[in-house]
Design a protein around this ligand. Sequence first.
Ligand code: AVJ
Length: 333
Amino acid sequence: MTLSRTAAIHMVAQQTSSKPAGVAHGDAATIADISAGLLAPQATTSPKYFYDSLGSHLFEAICELPEYYPTRTEAAIFARHGAEMAQRLGPGATLVDLGAGNCAKAASLFPLLQPRQYVPVDISSDFLQQAVSQLRQRFPAIAITPLVTDLAQPLLLPPSVPAARRQFFYPGSSIGNFTPHEAVAFLRQVRENVGADGGLLIGVDLVKDPAVLDAAYDDAIGVTAAFNLNLLRHLNHLAGANFDPLQWRHVAFFNDAESRIEMHLEARCALSVQWQGGERSFAQGERIHTENSYKYTVAGFTRLLADAGFRVDGTWTDDAHWFAVMHAAAAYA
Ligand code: AVJ
């Protein structure tokens, strides 16, 4: 028997009793963080909860989508202007890669950047360790000292990272997940870690036609919808929640006033959710705000960097001006 998706959803919507809350696998701080977000008047969750194993794979799939221009646009900018970027950094630097993942972006620039030391920083240690052992074989001349940490926590580099000539690398426009206010605070921390003789190479997604932005975050075959909905499975695992993904719909749109893409999960029907230590009812149409992705102008991001103590000494963009890679140096000692 086959059941249409709408019919299946309708049946779910008719259900009155849900599964009981399950076992929570997250630590106490994680459960408390998730709980506080879900209980806020406007329910929210941190984008870091997108990235369980399936979420990381879905993000890799997003990067292959024709609608999702940032990854390939940034790659084209690196391919075209990498040599000029390398001039700004200079050879022999210590390259600190924020949110390194599989380290592929940085590694592809090693021949040009010629760092002496490479410090990939990421929240997921499994992924990182695997990537690092491969890199050590490919680049025996580069000292590789990985660091596992949550970038939402204060950034503290261990003594194994030389203080001189630190160049931070923050590609992919992940800075867009912070509010501009948080972004300045984050970049100030980077600035403190850079000292007087270092810098930052950063990818920034730019303001553009809202139709292009909307499509990039709500693609035709639903990969971004799956990425967003997968968050609910991850919350079930971490907080022992009993979210039913079929009861929720992916919503993404460009908020012009805030200059950001917003992603939400919207309840398809009135429902309630339980998790370890909490519960909440959602009216039909009520949303959980799951992500912001801020879009900047080059001038706006230059100001933001200046607020954080950086002076821009290089900006590279694609012909359509959809994405920018910027290098900034310490503006003062
Ligand atoms: C990883 C934060 C850069 O904001 O474009 C992609 C995440 N979310 N599609 C972005 C994301 C939905 C991505 N960043």
